[in-house]
Design a protein around this ligand. Structure first.
Ligand code: ADP
Ligand code: MG
Length: 364
């Protein structure tokens, strides 16, 4: 397995790119450690497939280099890079049996029959395909065909990396959950370098040790699921990760505090000091988990932000209250037993979890 270095990597599909907008991938510099499980997470069109195809060699980047274990592979074809790739839709041979499909990547490389048999049975066992090994692929459903594609991606144990491009798109929700857990198990057992593309945060956060969040052709944060939750480096990460995402509001800094729509929100001294050096548009961000909402008698005399309560949704394990003051709509996560009385209340911001962003970047 390999460590992957992306050096000054950028890509434009245009022959003569001029502005940032001409780039599907903006310049990036990253090291992905050997044996890591990485998820590339971001909305449709942000450049995930472009980046994956550059790593696999299906696409040559217009700028920069890709290194595997320090060796420049930028101009090598996929076959020469020793990687396995699993695509969004099944890539299998309909006329072959499930066994033959799984064996193909090994036989193709001249692996001896005994070893082929052992690996095919091991992978089939992991993916619950053992009972279907003798069946022709033709008659199988889309789910099963895609499971075979996953198996073909996993069957070799000598690849530098295994790349997955939204591999569970055609799989039904229950099986999706099962396969995601299997992939995680396989990763823990065999420790291949895995890069897993998805637009689904749940998928990314359950699969990966490290999540690479992409937005508009840029990597906006690379971190553990906990880092993305606790310290979003960019407002997009705050908003995209979490359910619901981070509350983000325009604010002004004045008189030792943040002001949002005329209401005062206290900040730590450290943050005040850091923001004093910033220019650019300042926004305040706080996750729904770090707000408390007081209503009824508890709200009387409380200092905090006065809000109107628009609605309270009971989601079983917890409740989400939607509140408003001025132009800001703010979501608050409440415990399942917390009661909300009346249509107004006071919001309290935990200062240690109140973040500031300057031109969308975390002020740290
Ligand atoms: P994602 O996989 O995150 O949905 P892509 O990497 O497929 O994103 O696309 C990133 C950007 O590059 C998009 O704006 C897309 O329209 C553009 N793009 C992708 N493939 C091509 C191509 N072959 N030619 C021109 N533009 C492309
Ligand atoms: Mg894609």
């Amino acid at each position: 397995m390999a460590r992957i270095d992306l050096k000054g990597l950028a890509h434009s599909y245009f022959p003569d790119p001029k502005t940032d907008e001409d780039y599907a991938l903006r310049r990036m510099e990253h090291v992905w450690e050997d044996g890591g499980a990485y998820a590339l997470l971001g909305p449709s069109g942000c450049g995930k497939t472009t980046l994956l195809n550059i790593i696999s060699g299906l696409l040559t980047p217009s700028h920069g280099q890709v290194l595997f274990d320090g060796k420049d592979v930028t101009n090598l074809a996929p076959e020469e890079r020793n990687i396995a790739q699993v695509f969004q839709f099944p890539v299998i041979y309909d006329t072959m049996t499930v066994y033959e499909n799984l064996a193909f990547p090994l036989r193709n490389r001249g692996v001896d029959a005994k070893r082929v048999d052992a690996r095919v049975r091991e992978i089939a066992g992991m993916l619950d395909l053992t009972g279907k090994l003798k069946q022709k692929a033709r008659g199988l459903g889309a789910d099963e065909k895609q499971t075979i594609s996953l198996g073909r991606g996993l069957v070799r144990d000598d690849v530098s990396a295994i790349l997955f491009d939204e591999p569970l798109t055609v799989i039904d929700p229950h099986l999706k959950w099962v396969l995601r857990r299997k992939l995680k198990e396989i990763h823990n057992k065999l420790r291949p370098t895995m890069v897993y593309v998805t637009h689904d945060q749940v998928e990314a956060l359950t699969f990966a040790d490290k999540v690479v969040v992409m937005y508009g052709g840029k990597v906006v944060q690379l971190g553990t699921p906990q880092e993305l939750f606790e310290n979003p480096a960019h407002t997009f990460v705050g908003y995209f990760i979490g359910s619901p995402g981070m509350n983000i509001m325009d604010c002004k800094i004045d008189d030792g505090a943040a002001w949002v729509d005329g209401q005062r929100i206290g900040l730590s001294d450290r943050l005040l000091e850091a923001v004093s050096k910033q220019t650019g548009k300042i926004e305040l961000g706080i996750r729904p988990e770090f707000l408390t909402l007081e209503t009824g008698d508890a709200a009387k005399g409380s200092d905090g932000v006065d809000v109107n309560i628009i609605k309270v949704e009971d989601l079983g394990q917890y409740k989400i209250a939607t509140t408003r003051f001025g132009a800001s709509e703010i979501k608050v996560k409440l415990g399942e037993d917390e009661q909300v009385v009346g249509q107004s209340g006071v919001l309290r911001f935990a200062p240690e979890w109140t973040k500031l962003y300057a031109d969308s970047q975390l002020v740290a």
